[in-house]
Design a protein around this ligand. Structure first.
Ligand SMILES: [Zn+2]
Length: 131
């Protein structure tokens, strides 16, 4: 039979014999390995959530500006907004892309100005407002 052979433990590197598909010398090593893997995952998870939260808070600041305030793409990026971290991306009926971060949206226009709006107000479809 060929299904029992010498393996190297994925956790401690020790040689052990067991079934070919066995990856760990014992339960403790398997548990340690999986715990560490889960910790890495939750670190990523926390980091991404923190960026999304920050993005939303930045958008909220811009959404609170009086109507007609001109905001440039640079203003937004300078404030720390990271456009690659959003919760939804939609094509803009007026051209380009709308990025949403939870309940706030931002539209990047051709002329380097941006519009930030609450998703519920859907002001992107009132397209002539700030253009
Ligand atoms: Zn081991």
């Amino acid at each position: 039979m060929n299904d029992s052979m010498s393996q190297t433990c994925n956790e401690c590197g020790k040689r052990f014999s067991g079934r070919k598909d066995k990856k760990f010398c014992d339960d403790a090593c398997r548990t340690n390995f999986n715990n560490r893997k889960n910790q890495d995952t939750s670190a990523d998870f926390r980091q991404i959530n923190a960026i999304l939260k920050r993005n939303r808070s930045i958008l909220q600041t811009f959404a609170g500006l009086p109507d007609g305030t001109s905001v440039s793409r640079k203003d937004l990026l300078d404030s720390g907004f990271r456009p690659e971290y959003v919760t939804q991306i939609q094509p803009d009926p007026a051209g380009g892309i709308i990025r949403y971060c939870y309940d706030l949206g931002v539209r990047f226009s051709e002329n380097k100005e941006i519009q930030v709006f609450w998703k519920s107000q859907n002001s992107v479809f009132r397209s002539s407002r700030n253009l």
